[in-house]
Ligand binder design. Structure first.
Ligand SMILES: [Zn+2]
Ligand SMILES: [Zn+2]
Length: 342
C-alpha cells in the first residue's frame, strides 16, 4: 500500500484547495488504514477552507464526518480488518491535566483528523485503532457519516440536559440543528422551534418532527419567540454558526434558561452587556467535539430513532468537491449535507 497514490482534496492555503494525487498514508503501530466510503461536508469545513477557523496548519486534507472500511491494521487489531467503521475524532494523550479530568476535547496534545491532521476528503484515512467503532449490520455507511455530528449533539445534551416538558428553540436548520431538534424531542422536550432562512430546510425540519418553524427572512424570531415570556424557550441552541444568532439566543431565552453555543462562528465578534446574563440568570454552555456519546449516536441512527436520510441532500464523487464547495458557499436552497464518495 505504501507507494500507492490516492485522490484527495488538499487545502494548500486559506481559500485555496486542489484535487490531487497524494501518497496513501502509512499507518503507525497504533493506527488503522481505512478506505473511506462516505464523507460529508459540514459548515465548519467551509470555514476551515476559507481560513476563518483558528489555529489551522496547511496543507491539510479536511473531512471529519465519514464512514469507511478498515483495510490495514497492526497485528493486535487484525480483527478490525474488513469491518465497516466510524471513529472517535479525538486523538488525545489521555494523560494530561484535561484528559485526566474527562475533558479529552481540551487535551494539551490533541489531534483531530480533518482539523489538525489529514481527514476524510480522500480515498483513505488513518485513525487510531482504539478510536474505531464498528457499525451494526444494516446501518448503511451513507447514514453512518452522520454519527459524528449526532455525537456532537448528544454531547451537547450531556452538558445541557433538556428536562421533560421544556421548550427548545434552535437557531440554524443545518445538519446540527436538524439533529438537535430530533434529539431534544426524544429527550422529552414539549415543543421545538427551528429558525432558519431557507424554506426547504424548514420543511425538512417539519417532516422530522419540529413543532414550529420560523423563516427569519419573513418573521423576526426575537419578536416571535419573546413576545410572551410564558411561552419563551427554556433552552436555546445557537447552531447557526454566526455571532448574531448567539445574541438572538440570549434575547429569546426565558429568564432562568440556558443557551448552548454549538455552531462555529469563526472569528466573528459581537458586543454584549454582561448584565444580560445576570438580569435573566442565563447559563451559557459551549460545545466542542464529543468526549463520549459515539455508541449512543450509532444506536439512534441504526434504529432510525434519529432520521438522517433527509439531511444527506446531495451525493457526488470526491472529484466533484469544487461543485459541492460552491453550492455550500452560495447556500444553495435546501442544501444541508453534501456527501462525497471517494
Ligand atoms: Zn462538523
Ligand atoms: Zn491530554
Amino acid at each position: 500500500m505504501t507507494s500507492e497514490k490516492m485522490t484527495a482534496v488538499v487545502v494548500t492555503a486559506p481559500g485555496q484547495f486542489e484535487i490531487r494525487d497524494v501518497a496513501v498514508p502509512v499507518p503507525g503501530p497504533d493506527d488503522v488504514l481505512i478506505r473511506v466510503h462516505h464523507s460529508s461536508i459540514c459548515g465548519s469545513d467551509l470555514r476551515l477552507i476559507k481560513g476563518s477557523m483558528e489555529d489551522i496548519n496547511f496543507p491539510l486534507i479536511p473531512g471529519h464526518e465519514w464512514s469507511g472500511e478498515v483495510v490495514e491494521a497492526p497485528e493486535r487489531y487484525q480483527h478490525l480488518v474488513g469491518q465497516l467503521v466510524v471513529s472517535d475524532i479525538l486523538q488525545s494523550c489521555d494523560s494530561c491535566r484535561f484528559c485526566l479530568r474527562g475533558y479529552r476535547n481540551l487535551c494539551d496534545g490533541l489531534d483531530e483528523p480533518g482539523i489538525s491532521v489529514n481527514g476524510a476528503f480522500a480515498e483513505y484515512i488513518i485513525v487510531r485503532a482504539r478510536n474505531v467503532y464498528s457499525l451494526p449490520i444494516g446501518l448503511p455507511t451513507l447514514n453512518a457519516c452522520m454519527v459524528e455530528p449526532l455525537s456532537v449533539v448528544l454531547y451537547a445534551l450531556e452538558l445541557l440536559p433538556v428536562n421533560c416538558g421544556e421548550r427548545v428553540a434552535i437557531f440554524g436548520g443545518g445538519g446540527i440543528g436538524q439533529l438537535l431538534a430530533q434529539a431534544v424531542k426524544i429527550a422529552g422536550a414539549s415543543k421545538v422551534v427551528i429558525i432558519d432562512h431557507h424554506d426547504e430546510r424548514l420543511s425538512i425540519a417539519k417532516k422530522l418532527g419540529a413543532d414550529e418553524v420560523i423563516n427569519s427572512l419573513r418573521t423576526d424570531p426575537v419578536l416571535a419567540l419573546s413576545g410572551d415570556s410564558e411561552l419563551g424557550p427554556d433552552l436555546v441552541f445557537d447552531a447557526a454558526g454566526n455571532a448574531e444568532a448567539f445574541l438572538s439566543s440570549l434575547e429569546v431565552v426565558n429568564s432562568g434558561g440556558r443557551v448552548g453555543v454549538i455552531g462555529y462562528s469563526g472569528r466573528q465578534e459581537i458586543s454584549i452587556r454582561p448584565t444580560t446574563f445576570m438580569r435573566k440568570l442565563i447559563q451559557v454552555q459551549g460545545v466542542l467535539s464529543p468526549t463520549s456519546s459515539w455508541t449512543k449516536a450509532i444506536d439512534l441512527i441504526s434504529r432510525q430513532e434519529v432520521k438522517v436520510g433527509p439531511l444527506l441532500t446531495h451525493q457526488m464523487p470526491l472529484k466533484k468537491f469544487p461543485m459541492a464547495f460552491k453550492m455550500m458557499s452560495d447556500r444553495a436552497e435546501g442544501i444541508i449535507r453534501p456527501v462525497l464518495q471517494p
